[in-house]
Design a protein around this ligand. Structure first.
Ligand code: NDP
Length: 788
């Protein structure tokens, strides 16, 4: 039997568009303003190529105006307090719900996605996001009273979930007391403009939300604007990298939600029919234009043929066409340029030997439509296995063993999501921790909820959106406001490999400070040494001058020590306590060493040692207490928010506080299961090199802590460029901070830098506790079936 048409009415949208004569201005400071140079662009319905509206294009002056309006609104918005902000967010949620169908139809017309999805998924999730964050707004002044807002936030969103991405950005920003300048994607600005009208209607104070429409150039003006304190971006990895480089060293906080090539794993123990429906949701939802689309099907060899047969037969039954038809599964691709990219990538897949399969029915001839496509006979290194196609194209490969499945799943530069299908709970929960991705769905896929964070590992970006995890992106500790940039202090002089000088006195017994790599004391690869002088210029020792190869060896050793991440938290805590125990025995010796290097009063160097021992205790205590959370997500799930280590981290210690700076950074990182390559204070490295003797006697596995002495700037550059380093902390100069953030864009390693603003290492509020652990971990949300 044939389906009859079931069209959704577009009358209300047409009325709304007509009421505006099809023209839209910029929403700045609560007013609708024409752009300075009167430029505009068209918004097109991709299903039939009709022009829906003419939209203002914001230039530099317009972005300036929007930022000024957001800045002006900030004190009043912050001053309103938690409860008043909660009421505004609640009102936004209510209004979205009340106008849900108008939003849904408008989104379908503008983007080409099916009304079934905008009506039942996008818009309800948008309302849910505002409700959830109305709650966080209410709680802000009580549970986050040690934190303050960031300020003016620039937000740049893509076209694939226009209003949903707006809600993911605006709701947490407003809830935490920030004001916003938002740029929707050029293809899909209309629902953001309707949202701006709703902001007006509820009486949101002018300037709290500003919407500047425009293309990539407008986005660049936002990114580069000095009046903006944070950028939140969702879009392609390439633009994410550009933004990382553009903001490097500026002190702008950054969160990036980028692309993906997410694996969809089907084991022979899966309910295959359910998994077929899972595939439909994974790759044909939103025409496959989903950052976390399950675009790589990995199916166990024993059921591969059977499963692919079921998929083909299901594909025959999918319906493609007018997005406003309520019985349509697949709507239109957002724009001709995206359609062309999909066609070219499929062609490339064919040329590389892939077998292309499409259903027997034909796509509509008019408009941007592309049929659901399955590509088999693909190798893991083929272009289409690695590149985000961002269309309804599924590539399929098979695997034999769970270990092979994990290898294939992780064989990507991305790490956004994964989906695991098996009826065997042991297998599912064994595989989930092994997959490098921010979200893992077990026997489900593409489910979202405001209570659960969403975001990537690796080149899928960093930062989370949703839940408490997402709030950290929009607040900063109160004390951070007071930090100031110090003029470059005159650092103690260093001398290079000169064997002797008149001011050098050889210690009674030469204690050669070596590097420490893989649990072994090693000499520097370059066989150069650096003389360490006391403040009077007298030589007190020598350390190896580390180079690129030493760093390479240390990174390799750190990777080889991966089992540290699997050790139980209790076990890691025990090792830390043991370190503290052995350290305490030698406290006087370390105190003397600090005094020798820095000429500080003995009481102060003693205090540094005492605090260092205390700090190790703190992280030993927190190792098994800074644990995950369980989110109560809907759809018969619970979501386990697991805090995972970043992996291999580089740590550039502060120059000051030679021992406490080392302990305060290294210990929290390893307490969470990271392995570290540490560059100790350049002028005062000897406390760190003395410390490896303690590590050696405290049951710390070799490779967990690796110490490379030498020139800070040189070693920082090598670590920042290293593709196998997952995170880098830097406590040094402003220039060094910029270098780290800029170079990190290449593999999107997580960074934490201080922009040349030293913290007080003696002050536990600034230098100890959960803030350090948050920077040492990333959250993986694992959606597990639960309940009826
Ligand atoms: P982009 O990354 O170019 O666009 C995302 C947003 O950034 C848009 O608002 C865009 O504006 C804006 N933008 C573009 N260039 C800059 C810039 N230099 N500085 C600041 N902002 C900028 O994605 P595209 O829309 O071009 O899509 C290209 C590919 O990106 C897709 O094929 C897909 O692979 C991927 N993508 C991934 C998404 C995800 O969620 N992970 C979402 C969208 C795309 P405008 O659109 O107006 O040009």
């Amino acid at each position: 039997m044939e389906y009859g048409p079931a069209p959704e009415s577009r009358k209300a949208v047409d009325e709304w568009l007509n009421a505006h004569q099809g023209r839209f201005q910029l929403f700045i400071g609560g007013k609708w303003l024409s752009p300075k140079d009167n430029q505009s662009f068209k918004s097109i319905n991709p299903a039939n190529e009709e022009t829906l509206a003419e939209i203002a294009e914001a230039g530099k002056e317009d972005v300036d105006k929007a930022v000024a309006a957001a800045k002006k609104a900030l004190p009043k918005w912050e001053g309103l307090g938690s409860h008043a902000r909660a009421r505004f967010l609640y009102a936004l949620a209510r209004q979205i719900q009340k106008h849900a169908r108008l939003f849904a139809v408008l989104e379908s017309l503008d983007n080409g996605k099916s009304i079934r999805e905008t009506r039942d998924i996008d818009i309800p999730l948008v309302a849910r996001h505002f409700y959830h964050h109305a709650g966080w707004a209410q709680l802000r002044d009580s549970i986050l009273k040690e934190y303050t807002s960031i300020g003016v936030v620039g937000q740049i969103i893509p076209w694939n979930f226009p209003l949903l991405m707006l809600s993911w950005k605006i709701a947490p920003a407003l809830a935490m007391g920030n004001t916003v300048v938002l740029k929707p994607a050029e293809f899909t600005s209309l629902t953001a403009l309707l949202f701006a009208e709703i902001c007006e209607q509820i009486g949101l104070p002018p300037g709290v939300v500003n919407v500047v429409t425009g293309g990539g150039k407008t986005g660049e003006f936002i990114v580069q604007h000095p009046g903006i304190q944070k950028i939140a971006f969702t879009g392609s990895t390439e633009v994410g990298q550009l933004i990382r480089r553009n903001t490097a060293g500026t002190g702008k906080k950054l969160s990036l939600e980028l692309g993906g090539k997410s694996p969809f794993l089907v084991f022979d123990s899966a309910d295959l029919d359910s998994a077929v429906e899972g595939v439909v949701d994974a790759i044909w939802f939103n025409q496959g234009q989903v950052c976390c689309a399950g675009s790589r099907l990995l199916v166990q060899e024993s059921v591969a043929e059977q499963f692919l047969k079921k998929i083909r037969s299901r594909m025959e039954k999918l319906r493609i066409g007018n997005p406003l038809d309520k019985a349509i599964d697949i709507g239109a691709i957002v724009a001709p340029v995206q359609l062309k990219t999909i066609e070219e990538l499929v062609q490339k897949g064919k040329e590389e030997g892939g077998a292309i399969w499409q259903p027997s029915w034909a796509c509509p001839k008019e408009g941007c439509f592309y049929p659901p496509t399955l590509i088999t006979n693909v190798t893991p290194s083929a272009t289409i296995s690695q590149v985000e196609i961002f269309g309804p194209v599924l590539i399929a490969m098979s695997f034999r063993t769970p270990a092979e499945a994990v290898k294939l799943a992780n064989n990507t530069r991305y790490g956004l999501a994964a989906s695991i299908w098996t009826e065997n709970i042991n297998l599912a929960l064994n595989i989930a921790p092994k997959i490098k991705a921010g979200t893992v769905w077990i026997n489900c896929t593409n489910v979202f909820d405001a209570t659960s964070g969403f975001g990537g590992y690796r080149e899928s970006g960093f930062g989370r959106e949703g839940g408490k995890e997402g709030l950290w992106e929009y607040v900063k500790p109160n004390w951070e406001v007071e930090l100031t940039e110090l003029p470059t202090t005159s650092e103690p002089k260093l001398e290079n490999n000169s064997p002797s000088s008149s001011s050098f006195t050889t210690p009674a017994i030469d204690r050669t400070a070596k590097m420490y790599i893989g649990g072994k004391q090693v000499r520097p690869d370059g066989a150069y040494s650096i003389r360490i002088l006391d403040p009077k210029g007298k030589g007190i020792g020598e350390v190896g001058e580390g180079n690129r190869k030493d760093i390479r060896n240390a990174v390799e050793a750190a990777h080889a020590a991966a089992s540290w991440a699997k050790a139980t938290a209790h076990n890691r805590a025990q090792v830390l306590y043991y370190i503290a125990e052995n350290f305490a025995v030698r406290a006087a010796e370390f105190s003397a060493r600090i005094a020798q290097m820095t000429a500080l009063e003995p009481a102060i160097s003693q205090k540094e040692v005492d605090l260092a021992i205390q700090r190790i205790y703190t992280y030993a205590a927190l190792a098994d207490k800074y644990d995950g959370q369980m989110h109560q997500t809907p759809f018969r799930n619970v979501t386990l928010a697991m805090k995972e280590p970043l992996g291999v981290m580089g740590i550039i210690c502060p120059q000051e506080m030679p021992l406490l700076g080392f302990i305060s950074t290294v210990i929290p990182a390893i307490s969470m299961g990271n392995r570290v390559v540490v560059v100790p204070s350049e002028p005062y490295p000897l406390a760190a090199t003395d410390f490896y003797q303690i590590l050696e006697t405290s049951d710390l596995p070799g490779g967990v802590v690796n110490i490379i002495t030498g020139k800070r700037d040189t070693l920082t550059q090598v670590l920042a460029n290293h593709d196998d380093v997952d995170g880098l902390w830097y406590f040094g100069s402003k220039e060094g901070s910029k270098l780290v953030e800029f170079a990190a864009a290449e593999n999107m390693k997580r960074t934490w830098v201080n922009y040349g603003k030293p913290r007080e290492w003696f002050n536990p509020q600034q230098s100890e506790g959960e803030l350090f652990l948050r920077h040492a971990t990333q959250i993986k949300n694992i959606w597990v079936p639960y309940g009826e």
